[in-house]
Design a protein around this ligand. Structure first.
Ligand SMILES: [Zn+2]
Length: 272
């Protein structure tokens, strides 16, 4: 995960159509709030009668919105940093339809009023979105949760790291291909576990290792060249290797966060 810098101005589709749709949803909710709420006193049967909002993916997932996200995120998943090109899902950081605090049941409504909110949208790979993140949005203190559009989200203390507002490398580091929570911090730990960033069932850990192992060869080549300054052919190769290492720490590289940690720690944890 790396910091994501989206343009401040939302794409026009969100600013116009999204705004109208948001108003429509807020009005619907205000007319009869209890219709949309899980509540605490409902029976199982009553829970089945919860009214669910309809969301227009043609607005939040509009090609112009997606294109802006693809550009800001360098064609990568916001969570695992795999390259996804234009295949990713538009992910709602605060879930639009319903939310979950950990393993508990789905709670309705979700953050319906943020369904078309630019700050709340990211691009995400299908693995991270559909298998891991889903409706999860745990808070430090659940009593502070904004449960409808009249509440402020500013009082919430989300346990997930918001890549658009916070610096993920303050919370998550990498030792080789594995992510770890810096100084045992809770938010890093929750992100790694909930998003499956170290999951053996996913290809990303292996892909990260392959990637880091190649970078390690480049670093070895640079070191070797330093000890043989008169070997012109080796110097040329080392220059190319150095360029590859420099490119790997840029925001547009695949697995930038892991690359940066590996290079900073001189590949001490990369055993490949
Ligand atoms: Zn992902």
């Amino acid at each position: 995960m790396i910091r994501i810098h989206k343009p401040k101005m939302p794409p026009e589709k969100l600013a116009i159509d999204g705004k109208l749709k948001q108003q429509e949803l807020c009005n619907l909710y205000s007319q009869n709030p209890s219709l949309y709420e899980t509540g605490t006193k409902r029976t199982q049967a009553e829970k089945k009668t919860i009214q669910k909002f309809n969301f227009a993916s043609s607005i939040y997932g509009h090609p112009t919105v997606k294109q802006e996200l693809i550009k800001a995120q360098h064609k990568k998943c916001c969570f695992c940093e795999s390259k996804i090109g234009s295949d990713g899902d538009v992910e709602h950081f605060r879930p639009k339809g319903a939310y979950k605090q950990g393993l508990r049941q789905l709670q309705y409504p979700g953050y319906y009023w943020l369904a078309y909110e630019w700050d709340n949208l990211y691009l995400c790979c299908t693995g991270c979105n559909q298998r891991y993140k889903q409706n999860l949005f745990p808070l430090q203190d659940t009593t502070k949760r904004a449960s409808n559009h009249t509440h402020s989200i500013d009082d919430e203390q989300p346990l997930f790291i918001d890549m658009g507002k916070e610096e993920p490398s303050d919370f998550i580091g990498f030792r080789g291909e594995f992510a770890y929570e810096i100084n045992g911090n809770q938010r890093g730990k929750i992100a790694i576990k909930s998003l499956g960033l170290n999951s053996k069932e996913r290809a990303i850990v292996e892909k990260r290792l392959e990637h880091l192992a190649s970078l390690k060869i480049f670093a070895d080549l640079v070191d070797l060249a330093a000890s043989e300054p008169s070997n012109i052919a080796l110097q040329d190769l080392a220059k190319q290797a150095k360029d590859m290492l420099d490119a790997a720490i840029l925001d547009n590289a695949e697995f930038t966060a892991a690359n940066r940690c590996a290079i900073d720690s001189k590949f001490q944890y990369v055993i490949g």
